[in-house]
Design a binder for this molecule. Structure first.
Ligand code: ADP
Ligand code: MG
Ligand code: MG
Length: 944
């Protein structure tokens, strides 16, 4: 396969399907050229294959010939030759990886100019000033980007020239000074590199291409890929393209346009442009831009043409696009397009609206597929709380929604350092560049004095869902302070920013949690329809308030209710201690009785909040010493002031329950074995609470979960206590309620042995819940508290782990144990997951493909889990090769009819034009209706 492809190369597949090879920019340029036939300056793309070959073994031998041939074709089609002293062709060299990536090499413009061809350009255009302006830009760009020279030195020389000319406008610097500037730049290059500025266009071109290849492995690019989980071995493509000139004259210009508003999602073209300017001038935020609407008055024909192109782009890509364009002496050229980045609010609005637009006809599945975790998170972001008097310092452009409060820091390094000390930070900069990325990452919010809505700061912040205000022009930045209207904000002072409307406030404004839009609810309801019957979403909640919140956010039950907080409450702790200290069975019983009464009230609240939905209550899990005072403190007290009798007993108990490795010690069911009355008490309290709820007309659905079991007999024993307590409790409260309380008994799978011996455990269980936090610790032998702080970052940096396995479930180890556990049990056993992974989209996809019935996560992650669950269902329904196939268990026994319907829906999601909405409803309907209740009650009926 060749390394080089012209933009109009006849590929076998649509160029957009070839982003792997052509990179995103190259694929889009080819698509615009050969499919859409838009006015694109011709050029060619050097593939990612070439970059990978370069990384593996240096400059590939045949690349020179291929580039030379492609260049010759370009020269023929343009009727000009690169470097021609009479009439030179100039080109740009543009990097472009599969995924858009800040931190990679910038673009080199005007390549091909040298001391001779600059005169040709001047003669051809009858514009000497233009020629030398282009040349000085080229030498500076090439010096900075390809030769790695500090950009400020070129800047300083330019500023000096402006001063000499007595102007602060780039466009007013006269030709003689530009000529002198080029000479000064060349002297700078020779002094710094020890070699003259390359005059040979071949050398220039090869240098620029190689610089793009090298930039793939630059520190900034690597850091970005790590954050975004982009593979390091993809490589980048390089695009070489004939130059067009927006800096030609007043009938020329350059701009950036969006087919809709990327901040709000509102329909209608949106963007910025600059008259008589080139390339980066718009994005860099150096000059203040005009809104796209001003183009209509200035260049009405071009404006109409551009709007028509926007329309075609939207129809073609079926999405909002962003574009870069240049006008050269009244002629419009398209330089780039891609499906544009957007805020969460805009993403939701566009996705919903596009299902109703004839030109786009998005299906609901596609709409759901377009929303990301970050989008949801950003609309769930806090806002300024209403009311209160606040001192608005200034206003800029709301570039990325959400409000943030932090202390002002003025460099990325200072911001990162402050954040690592635990401070909340607002990074304040004149403008940002890829060098600031680490500081932006560490900040709660970003504030810049310059730049528009497409400036670096704005684009990066939006991508991360981080609040940002840009272009707050009244800010006067000094080294470590900023002043505005007589007020000075020093380093460390509090600032609050609102990235939605652009206000900047002095001090700390109280924040209010976000209020999701109507489209947010719509998308989630569509997601629910897709996943219903396939993958449930529950929440981990320990109190009535948490349970109510979880339900409000769409949880379909509680997957994990930890009972330990009920023990730790201030009024309970003395009772718990009494139980631990008990000398006689009677004393222990009395303490347990007291606890039972207290627990009952907690359970009532939770069951009420989740009425009609399953509530999984985990019996006590942590080791007992957690309820006792620290032996260390008591030892000190004993040695100094001495202990009273109560303290002496506690000290003895604490010492006797002290463990060398409590994580692997007496906890979970093991505790139940040593303190048999404990679990019985908890179950009594639960059943009593349930009975109370039934009498009040509620419908409690209870799942009693035994933690940390590793063998059948262990679970059988624990099950016996639970059943015994249930029987006793129901007899005491009267039989009539028995039927209306739905109770099932199950266990957590938290150790490798439990996963491997799942079949033994399943004998005594109606449900399993994978506790992937412990399972991860035990599978790796990592003590989370110990390794996460000290070791994890090193392991990730060194590539010893691809991901933190506590964030994303380890597919190969822990994931394999989950699969094994699922495969070894009967298909009707209900299985969920209740570790923190239950809220992580990638892990959710794995759990679905392993055949789990539901995931459970913290309440505020529930919306993300609902979305991710739907996306997992859609991905699994795509034909093989597109996504992981669902586990055999599901294929064989669970949801075959659903698979088909969902497969259809997913197939449609990939590129058809119209979608009957019926399919979605069908997919939802086809879901099997077996509920936990029917399985559990059937099970109970079989038991004596
Ligand atoms: P980025 O990925 O950083 O946007 P680009 O390759 O798109 O980098 O180029 C940066 C700027 O240079 C853009 O504004 C683009 O429009 C301009 N540019 C790139 N190639 C050309 C060209 N052939 N003629 C004129 N301007 C160009
Ligand atoms: Mg750039
Ligand atoms: Mg670009």
């Amino acid at each position: 396969m060749p390394y080089v492809f012209d933009f109009d190369h006849a590929h076998r597949r649509p160029p957009m399907d070839m982003k792997d090879l052509l990179g995103g920019k190259g694929a889009n340029l080819a698509e615009m050229t050969s499919v859409l036939r838009l006015p694109v300056p011709p050029g060619f793309t050097i593939s990612t294959d070439a970059c990978r070959a370069y990384m593996a073994g240096g400059w590939p031998g045949r690349l020179d010939t291929e580039v030379a041939r492609a260049r010759a074709r370009l020269e023929r089609s343009m009727g000009k030759v690169v470097g021609d002293p009479a009439d030179p062709l100039l080109v740009s060299v543009r990097s472009g990886a599969k995924f858009s990536m800040p931190g990679m090499m910038d673009t080199v413009l005007n390549l091909g100019l040298n001391d001779r061809s600059v005169a040709g350009l001047a003669a051809q255009t009858s514009d000497e000033r233009f020629a030398y302006d282009s040349y000085r830009r080229f030498v500076a760009m090439y010096g900075r980007i390809v030769l790695d020279l500090p950009g400020e030195e070129f800047e300083a020389l330019f500023e000096a020239a402006k001063e000499k000319a007595g102007t602060d406008s780039d466009a007013m610097v006269p030709t003689e000074l530009l000529v002198g500037l080029v000479d000064a730049y060349k002297v700078l290059v020779e002094r710094e590199t020890g070699r003259p500025f390359p005059q040979d266009p071949d050398a220039q071109l090869r240098g620029a291409i190689e610089a793009v290849f090298r930039s793939w492995n630059g520190a900034r690019a690597r850091a970005y890929r790590e954050r975004e989980h982009i593979a390091h071995d993809l490589g980048t493509a390089v695009n070489v393209q004939a130059m067009v000139f927006g800096n030609r004259d007043e009938r020329s210009g350059t701009g950036v346009g969006f087919t809709r508003d990327p901040a709000t999602g509102a329909k209608g073209a949106y963007g910025d442009f600059l008259v008589n300017a080139q390339g980066e001038d718009v994005v860099a935020g150096i000059r203040n831009t005009d809104p796209l609407s001003a183009l209509e008055t200035r260049f009405p024909d071009v404006y109409r043409q551009l709007i028509a192109i926007f329309d075609r782009l939207e129809r073609h890509y079926r999405d909002m696009c962003d574009t870069e364009f240049t006008i050269e002496q009244g002629k419009l050229w398209m330089l780039q397009t891609r499906v544009g980045k957007r805020t969460g609010r805009a993403a939701l609005r566009m996705a919903v609206e596009m299902t109703k637009e004839r030109a786009i006809r998005l299906s609901r599945a596609e709409a759901v597929g377009r929303i990301t975790e970050d989008h949801l998170e950003s609309v769930l972001h806090p806002q300024f709380a209403p009311g209160g008097d606040r001192r608005v310092l200034t206003t800029g452009l709301g570039a990325s929604p959400g409000a943030a409060v932090g202390r002002a820091y003025f460099s990325a390094d200072d911001a990162a350092a402050a954040a690592s000390r635990g401070e909340a930070v607002i990074l304040v900069r004149s403008e940002t560049s890829p060098d600031d990325v680490h500081g932006m990452l560490a900040a709660q919010g970003i504030l810049t004095a310059r730049g528009g809505l497409v400036s670096h700061a704005a684009v990066v912040a939006r991508g991360w869902g981080k609040p940002a205000v840009v272009g707050a022009e009244s800010l006067r930045l000094a080294d470590r302070s900023v002043s505005v209207g007589g007020v000075t904000v020093a380093e460390g002072d509090w600032l609050s920013i609102d990235g939605t409307d652009g206000t900047v406030v002095l001090g700390q404004v109280p924040l209010r949690p976000a209020e999701p839009s109507e489209e947010f609810l719509t998308i989630l309801s569509w997601a629910d329809a897709i996943r219903r019957g396939h993958l449930g979403v529950r929440a981990n909640a320990d109190t009535g308030a948490d349970a109510a919140n979880a339900r409000r956010l769409g949880a379909e039950g509680i997957g994990l209710c930890r009972t330990e907080h009920m023990f730790l409450a201030e009024d309970r702790l003395p009772i718990v201690r009494r139980m631990i200290l008990a000398d006689t069975p009677e004393e222990e019983k009395a303490a347990l009785e007291e606890l039972r009464v207290a627990q009952r009230a907690d359970f009532v609240e939770i069951l009420e909040a989740m009425d009609g939905l399953p509530v999984t209550v985990r019996l006590l899990d942590p080791p007992l010493h957690e309820f006792l005072p620290s032996t260390h403190e008591l030892a000190i007290k004993e040695a100094t002031v001495g202990l009273d009798e109560e303290e002496r007993r506690l000290y003895d108990a604490a010492r006797s329950w002290q463990e060398a490795n409590p994580m692997l010690g007496i906890r979970g069911v093991r505790l139940g074995v040593l303190k048999p009355g404990l679990y019985g008490m908890q179950v009594s309290a639960l059943i009593e609470a349930a009975t109370h709820r039934v009498l009040e007309g509620g419908r409690p659905v209870i799942e009693v979960m035994i933690p940390l079991t590793v063998s059948g007999p262990e679970l059988a024993l624990a099950r016996g206590w639970v059943e015994e307590a249930m029987r006793a409790e129901l007899e005491a409260t009267g039989r009539p309620h028995r039927r209306s309380i739905e109770v099932s008994i199950g266990t957590m799978i938290e150790t490798p042995r439990a996963a491997l011996r799942a079949a033994d455990l399943a004998e005594y269980a109606e449900f399993f819940s994978f506790g992937t936090n412990d399972l991860t610790q035990m599978t790796f032998g990592f003590s989370r508290d110990d390794v996460e702080g000290r070791m994890m970052s090193t392991y990730l940096e060194e590539g010893l782990l691809a991901r933190n396995p506590f964030d994303v479930v380890d597919a190969e180890g822990v994931g394999e144990l989950v699969r094994i556990g699922v495969e070894r049990v009967r298909p009707d056993l209900k299985i969920g997951v209740c570790g923190e992974h239950g809220g992580d989209p990638e892990s959710i996809a794995l759990f679905y493909s392993a055949g789990l019935d539901y995931v459970s996560c913290s309440p505020f992650r529930v919306p993300v889990a609902r979305l991710a669950a739907a996306q997992a269902v859609l991905a699994a329904a795509a034909p093989p090769g597109r996504a992981a196939r669902p586990a055999a268990r599901r294929a064989a026994t669970r949801r075959p009819p659903v698979k088909k319907a969902a497969a259809k829906e997913a197939a449609k999601a990939r590129g058809r034009q119209a979608a009957p909405k019926k399919a979605l409803k069908k997919a939802a309907k086809a879901a099997p209706k077996t509920t936990a209740r029917t399985r559990a009650t059937a099970k109970r009926a079989r038991r004596p």
